[in-house]
Design a binder for this molecule. Structure first.
Ligand code: GLV
Length: 317
C-alpha cells in the first residue's frame, strides 16, 4: 500500500477514504505544519496531499525525500507550489478543478453583491441597532444595468457571468483567448487589458495566479478603471497590489472592494480591515460540505490514478 502524508485535516468521510486507499498519515490536530515538518513527516512517503496553506517552494521541494512522486493539492489553485521545481524532481502536481466551480462562483457573486450594496456597513449598523432609516440611508449600487468585467473567463468566471447576467448585469471579459459563442453567451470580449478595464464598473477577478497575472491589478492598471469602480477578487490575493488598491479606495477612485483572498493570508493588509467600503471574507470560496468533500475525494483519486496509471488527468506540471 502506498504511503501518503495528508498535511491538513479533511472532512471525516474523506479521511476514511484516504485511510482505505493508502497508508495515510493524517493531521488530527490540523496543525499548520512548517516546511521543515512537512519534509520530516514525508520521510518514507510516496505522495503528499497538500493544501493551499502549505508553501511548497523550490527549497522545500528540493529537500523532499526521493520517494515522493506526487503532490496532490487540495485546491484548484496551485500558486502555493513551485511547479518547475517539482517537475525537475520528477514529482507530478495535481489540482481539483470543476468540483468547486459552483461554490466559488457563489462567493464571487456574494462579493459583488456585498461590495455594491454596502453589506459591511449594513451589518455593522444592524449589529449596533438604532440606525436611522432615511430615503438616502446606505444607498448602494444597483447591479441591474451595470457592467461587470470578468478577468479570467474560466469555469468560475463563466458561472459568475451567468448568475450576474440573470441579475441584469452586462458582461465584459478579458481572457488569454476568446471563448466560443456558446461559452461566451453574449459577453463582450476584450483582448486588451486596458480596453477591458475601462469598461469595468464592477471588476470580478477570477484568473489563476501565475507569473503573468501577479500584481496585474496595480497602481497603473487601476487608473484604467472608471472612477468609482468596484473591485472584487475570488481568485488569489497575489493578483492585486494591495497598497495600490487601498490607496484607490481611500481616494474614492475605487468605490468599494469585495475580497475573499489576500496576499499573505491570513495576515491581510491592515488597510482593508477597518475600511467601511471593504466587504471582506476569510477565503470561503469552496467552503461548503458538498464541495470540500468532492475536492478531497478528487485529491485522493488523483493520487490513486497516478499510482495505478503513471499519469493523472488533473496534472498541472
Ligand atoms: C481555493 O481557493 C482553491 O484554489 O481551491
Amino acid at each position: 500500500m502506498k504511503k501518503i502524508l495528508v498535511t491538513r485535516r479533511l472532512l471525516r468521510s474523506c479521511e476514511d477514504k484516504a485511510e482505505m486507499s493508502f497508508n495515510a498519515i493524517l493531521n488530527s490536530n490540523d496543525e499548520l505544519y512548517s516546511q521543515k515538518k512537512i519534509i520530516e513527516l514525508s520521510n518514507g512517503c510516496d505522495g503528499i496531499l497538500s493544501s493551499l496553506t502549505d508553501k511548497l517552494d523550490s527549497d522545500t521541494i528540493n529537500k523532499l525525500p526521493e520517494t515522493i512522486k506526487i503532490i496532490s493539492n487540495f485546491a484548484v489553485g496551485f500558486g502555493n507550489i513551485d511547479l518547475d521545481a517539482a517537475k525537475k524532481r520528477d514529482i507530478i502536481v495535481t489540482n481539483t478543478p470543476d468540483v468547486l466551480t459552483d461554490a466559488t462562483a457563489e462567493i464571487g457573486v456574494l462579493l459583488i453583491l456585498g461590495a455594491c450594496r454596502r453589506a459591511s456597513e449594513g451589518i455593522e449598523s444592524a449589529r449596533q441597532g438604532g440606525w436611522k432609516w432615511s430615503a438616502d440611508y446606505l444607498i448602494g449600487r444597483q447591479l441591474t444595468g451595470t457592467k461587470l468585467g470578468i478577468l479570467g473567463m474560466g469555469r468560475i468566471g463563466q458561472k459568475i457571468a451567468k448568475v450576474a447576467k440573470s441579475l441584469g448585469m452586462i458582461i465584459h471579459y478579458h481572457n488569454r483567448s476568446q471563448l466560443s459563442d456558446e461559452k461566451e453567451d453574449g459577453a463582450i470580449y476584450h483582448k486588451n487589458l486596458k480596453d477591458f478595464l475601462k469598461e469595468c464598473q464592477v471588476l470580478s477577478i477570477c484568473c489563476p495566479a501565475s507569473k503573468e497575472t501577479i500584481d496585474m491589478i496595480n497602481k497603473e492598471t487601476i487608473e484604467y478603471l472608471p472612477k468609482g469602480a468596484i473591485v472584487t477578487n475570488v481568485a488569489r490575493g497575489d493578483i492585486v497590489d494591495d497598497n495600490a488598491l487601498i490607496d484607490a479606495l481611500n481616494r474614492r477612485k475605487v468605490y468599494a472592494v469585495g475580497l475573499d483572498v489576500y496576499k499573505n493570508e491570513p495576515n491581510l493588509n491592515p488597510g482593508y480591515l477597518n475600511h467601511k467600503s471593504a466587504f471582506i471574507l476569510p477565503h470561503l470560496g469552496s467552503a461548503t460540505k458538498e464541495t470540500r468533500t468532492a475536492m478531497a475525494n478528487l485529491a485522493i483519486d488523483n493520487i490513486d490514478e497516478f499510482f495505478k496509471t503513471g499519469n493523472c488527468v488533473n496534472k498541472v506540471n
